[in-house]
Design a protein around this ligand. Sequence first.
Ligand code: G
Ligand code: G
Ligand code: MN
Ligand code: NA
Length: 254
Amino acid sequence: LLMEQELRHALQFEEFTLGFQPQVNLTTGKIVSVEALIRWHHPSKGLVMPDSFISVAEETGLINPIGRWVLKNACMQMKMLQDLTGSAIKIAVNLSARQFDDPKLEQSIEEALNETGLEPEWLELEVTESMLMGDIQAVTNKLKRLRQTGVSLAIDDFGSGYSSLSYLKKLPVNALKVDREFVRDIPEDSNDMEITSAIIAVAHKLQLKVVAEGVETAEQKEYLLANQCDFAQGYFFSKPLSFEDLYIYLNEHK
Ligand code: G
Ligand code: G
Ligand code: MN
Ligand code: NA
């Protein structure tokens, strides 16, 4: 209850910021996208990470206004960055289950795009496998409505849930993000290596792009590249950055 009040306060007094983690094209080495990750600058506790407040926001329904704040600010900052640098990169925004189920989600997306002037092709939404469980027809229709706004869709934390491959085939998504659990123990764990390369192969058969998450070492990067993974994200390339540090990073990695 206390945290609920604190989250309301945080929304009203803009205590949130976004971190931006670069996503790199493994073949060219170029930055193609950044993932927006929310941070809370609490007046007395200092920096609070999303794992310790997203679930409370979700339970209390505050995730809807917080999610709208994230969408709007992610679009606004990406538009600013594009105007400043002339670079064409995407921004990825995480959705939670309650946002995904909100019938006004499409409207929030269109508002964020219209108010900031960001073209929809530069916005990607990340959903998790668990959000896509349930009535396949309803889920497919929802994803189609989202795609109709012009944004792209990625399945986050792929491999940690239970989606079957036949199910995946029916979903109108653009990309899979391989859960960092599978990447973490490459090259020590040969099972994880096999699973990762199999996910990449299946995704490509289904015309999906593949992003590896949690890439921390050069060996992991090389393995993923050798196995045709399209994109990668992780501390090996960069941790999540402030807007100013992202601007510097982009200038240094042109
Ligand atoms: O940034 P960090 O790795 O601490 O993020 C932890 C978790 O919080 C991740 O699962 C991430 O998807 C989630 N998360 C980060 N930012 C947002 C956000 O803006 N909205 C939602 N719903 N989840 C977020
Ligand atoms: O669930 P999602 O993929 O949205 O979560 C992203 C989270 O992963 C963020 O909290 C981010 O800080 C974290 N993260 C990003 N890169 C790495 C990495 O290379 N290693 C680890 N351990 N965590 C990472
Ligand atoms: Mn994510
Ligand atoms: Na993820």
